[in-house]
Write a new protein. Sequence first.
Length: 252
Amino acid sequence: MLSEHTTKTAASALEAAEVAILPTGSTEQHGPALPLGTDHLVAEAFARTAADREDAVVLPTVPVGVSGHHRQFPGTLHVSPETFEAYVVETVESVAAHGVRKAVVVNGHGGNDGALDRAARRLRGSETAFAPSWNWWEAVSALADELFDEEGGHADAAESSLVWALRPELVRSDELAAAEAGASAGWGESVHGAELGFDTADFSESGAVGEPTLADPEGGERLFEAASAELSALIDRLAARPLEDCWPRPHR
């Protein structure tokens, strides 16, 4: 982790690195069974799998994200999409100034997606850095479907299992039933083609979405191992990609 270096040792780490790893998440409600820090704790766990690579440098975690849609639940912290986007852009700009101009944003919160997409486009458009974002649940969607028969979406069986495997002391397993009792089957509330569920509180009493009682730590370990392998392959690909091939193609 870059934050664990001194300025002297950081110079060597940055010189050797091809890719910066920026974990981002949120501090928001995850129902009665999971901790508020679920998303940034999971993102950091994935990012740390790259900590021993000489061609990568892991940046400090961004723990608060775009979570206004959870604001009715106690403990939720949130910033605007514009603030989050600017923070990510400027953080990546700063590591690019040290010579690391490719990055992977290891993201643990779906609400950050729009801001991260805009940030990546800004950084690429200015030819400052190439910084795509990576979501663990998209990397292992087929495995999650195989392990858990649920639509899910938030504090569900897959996410609960992952946290249970990584930080078992933070999971209130005796509250999984209560989480599910007040959960919605899927994310949002779509009526006649219109999305009416603007906030989580509009469609979920407990804050959960899915069937968290299906969670188990063994399934979480499988998700973590599979997603970590996908992340490693992505870092390999970016490390090998010439920087000039990362920029927008010129108009013809």
